[in-house]
Design a protein around this ligand. Structure first.
Ligand SMILES: Nc1nc2c(ncn2[C@@H]2O[C@H](COP(=O)(O)OP(=O)(O)OP(=O)(O)O)[C@@H](O)[C@H]2O)c(=O)[nH]1
Ligand SMILES: [Mg+2]
Length: 201
């Protein structure tokens, strides 16, 4: 199967947020959690989304059309970036909240969580916010390659206790867990159950 991602729109302000008819799944997480890397890994491409060792790289809301599945994956600006100015943080929070609460076609939130960190308050708050607006959450532990099996298991258990569901484990670097994540994204966006591989990696 060949699944493709194509960047179709970039928004820097709430006014620029487009309204699309197709379903959307947002990817959110702390700055540097690996959102852009994961998008590239899912797409099987190196530089679709900009990746950086410096947190705060993605400052826009980027809309990627997923074919042939007919939905959008959205790369949201990372939150919790310590060195951002107060004004910048407010602007990001506004875009994030406007997007999450006003997008009619939004079907779910892929919540990216760093596998190396114990559950952080800011991530829990976003998860609770999503649950309060009845937005399904797909929890995803990123950078699994950086953790030993025992730590991965601990993280999954901790988040399962908080969210009521066990997060998927992925590594953009090792390209692991990607088909499982694709299947969860497609199910959430379109209701379609896909068996087998969505992409050949
Ligand atoms: N080892 C490892 N490193 C990763 C992985 N995914 C991302 N990284 C690294 O983590 C850093 C941040 O990755 P990005 O993909 O830019 O993170 P982001 O969440 O998009 O960051 P912002 O755009 O700042 O919000 C980069 O140095 C990546 O190379 C992974 O699966 N394994
Ligand atoms: Mg990014």
């Amino acid at each position: 199967m060949r699944t493709t991602l194509e960047l179709v729109k970039t928004a820097y302000t709430t006014e620029q947020l487009p309204s699309f008819d197709l379903p959307q799944i947002a990817m959110a997480g702390r700055s540097n959690v690996g959102k852009s890397s994961l998008l590239n890994a899912l797409a099987g491409r190196k530089s679709l989304a900009k990746v950086s060792a410096n947190p705060g790289k993605t400052r826009s809301v980027n809309f990627y059309l997923v074919e042939p599945w007919q939905f959008y994956l959205i790369d949201l600006p990372g939150y919790g970036y310590a060195r951002a100015s107060h004004e910048e943080r407010r602007q990001w929070a506004r875009v994030l909240e406007t997007y999450l609460s006003h997008t009619k076609e939004l079907r779910g939130l892929a919540l990216l969580l760093d596998c190396r960190l114990t559950p952080q308050k800011i991530d829990r708050e976003l998860a609770v916010y999503a649950m309060n607006i009845n937005l399904p959450v797909i929890p995803v532990l990123t950078k699994a390659d950086k953790c030993k099996q025992k730590e991965r298991q601990t993280r999954q258990n901790e988040w399962r206790d908080i969210l009521g569901q066990t997060p998927l484990l992925v590594s953009a670097q090792r390209k692991s867990g990607l088909n499982k994540l694709w299947r969860a994204l497609i199910l959430c966006a379109t209701g379609k159950v896909v068996e087998g591989e969505v992409m050949e990696y």
